[in-house]
Design a protein around this ligand. Structure first.
Ligand code: UDX
Length: 421
């Protein structure tokens, strides 16, 4: 199949590389020529394990362009994978989706074949029908589902394991109204041999939000119980191991600690809350999910203060990325934690194997060290991201507050506090 992928961020680059690996011809479309050049030369524009190799291996099936019209005319299906960043009020900024839809619509005008446009970016229920389709129809002068197809196909990729998640996904969700688009997407995903769930456009859009909101709820629920466990001297990790054995519940996404960050959970939950509010619905559970998540970093600082007054002391922070195996610091827990440390008058020493450059842009004045062990010379150490290498440090004699359950620190530190254990 000939496929256009619009957007060279997480969704676009991973989806395109994986489709190329499946044997399809891919045209990557982006505005940033530097990123396109990287892709063309077989290098990943983002930090994602295994992506470089996949792009390099499939170089002959991959081309790039800045011209959407060119890509649309030369392919049969276009995936929109541009960003939908959060606005100040929590709602999603859809300007990139709009811009891209205008360009695709114009391209459809002179495209004689039946082309299917697929929204892979996370968009609120109704966005395809109420925003994307009207733009496409106006710009093309054609009718959706008659002259061209439109579908929703949300991604469920986790940063750091995105490639594995693509090929071994629990399910593919296809939202479509026209049979041709539904069949095309089904044909595309069939070789993965995974369950394919077919539904309407709006339902598909909602499945993505409900999935992320549920996983975020699971984490905040675990943290709420975890906070109580801490008070009662119970290990919440053992509790959720036991709870997770119930197949109705499942053991995944029960890791307690300082809560969730990243580009999806906080953004998607807030967007859903804002959307519900605009429809007059109060989201009591989701409001609490965010409230608990905002409180977990505060608990970490409170535990630190139990042992040491951070004022004029050096506090080390291990890990800045929102989770291991990524350089992404969007909504990383390290941000509120470091802000609180600075406010308390601490000198902050930090280390992360890959996210320091990104972090430096927001926090230029921290002491960035060249190794994790250098951070351990601080008066106290906070573990904020569970990078594997932090399991190899020598924590003997140290004061450690652990937000992510690093076993070696738990076993060795002179004074050790886990946030929920
Ligand atoms: C998430 C979804 O998992 C994915 O399906 C969606 O498409 C994109 O958003 P991602 O943000 O890459 O993926 O990371 P994920 O592994 O889900 O972790 C998100 C955050 O939750 C991280 O900060 C992580 O540390 C935290 N988390 C995760 C916990 O605190 N406890 C857990 O048990 C799991």
């Amino acid at each position: 199949m000939k496929i256009s992928i619009i957007g060279t961020g997480y969704i676009g680059s991973v989806t395109g590389a994986c489709f190329a690996e499946m044997g399809h011809q891919i045209i990557f479309v982006g505005r940033d020529t530097k990123k396109l050049d990287l892709i063309k030369s077989g290098k990943s524009p983002i930090f994602e394990p295994g992506l470089d190799q996949l792009l390099l291996k499939n170089q002959e099936r991959i081309t790039t362009t800045t011209d959407i019209a060119d890509a649309v005319r030369n392919t049969e299906i276009t995936f929109i994978g541009v960003g939908t960043p959060p606005r100040e009020d929590g709602s999603s900024d859809l300007s990139q989706i709009e811009t891209v839809s205008h360009s695709i619509g114009k391209a459809l005008r002179s495209d004689s074949k039946y082309h299917t446009i697929v929204a892979k970016s996370t968009v609120l229920p109704g966005t395809i029908e109420d925003l994307i389709i009207p733009i496409l129809e106006k710009e093309s002068g054609k009718k959706a589902f008659i002259d061209f197809g439109v579908a929703s196909n949300p991604e469920f990729l986790k940063e750091g394991t995105a490639i594995e998640d693509f090929f071994k996904t629990d399910r593919v969700v296809i939202g479509a109204q026209d049979q041709k688009s539904r069949d095309l997407l089904e044909k595309l995903y069939k070789p993965l041999n995974v369950p394919i769930f077919k539904t309407t456009l709006r339902t598909s859009e909602m499945i993505k939000f409900a999935s992320n909101a549920f996983l975020a709820t699971k984490i905040s629920f675990a943290n709420e119980i975890g906070n109580l466990c801490k008070e009662l001297g119970i290990d919440s990790y053992s509790v959720f191991e036991g709870v997770g054995l119930d197949t109705r519940i499942n053991p995944k996404f029960f890791r307690t600690g300082i809560g969730f960050g990243g580009s999806c959970f906080p953004k998607d939950v807030c967007a859903l809350i804002a959307h519900a509010k605009s429809k007059g619905i109060t989201t009591k559970v989701l409001n609490s999910v965010m409230e608990i998540n905002d409180d977990q970093p505060k608990r970490m600082i409170a535990l630190l203060k139990k042992h040491i007054n951070p004022k004029n002391r050096t506090i080390g922070v291990l890990g800045l990325a929102f989770k291991p195996d990524t350089d992404d610091i969007r909504k990383a827990r390290a941000i509120p934690i470091i802000n609180m440390l600075l406010k308390a008058g601490a000198r902050v020493k930090v280390y992360d194997p890959v996210a320091m450059d990104n972090f430096r842009q927001q926090f230029p004045d921290l002491h960035y060290t060249s190794s994790a062990s250098e951070v351990l010379t601080a008066d106290a150490v906070l573990i904020v991201t569970e990078w594997k290498e932090f399991e190899n440090l020598d924590y003997h004699g140290k004061l450690v507050i652990d937000g992510r359950r690093v076993e070696k620190a738990r076993n060795e530190a002179a004074i050790y506090e886990g946030v929920c254990w």
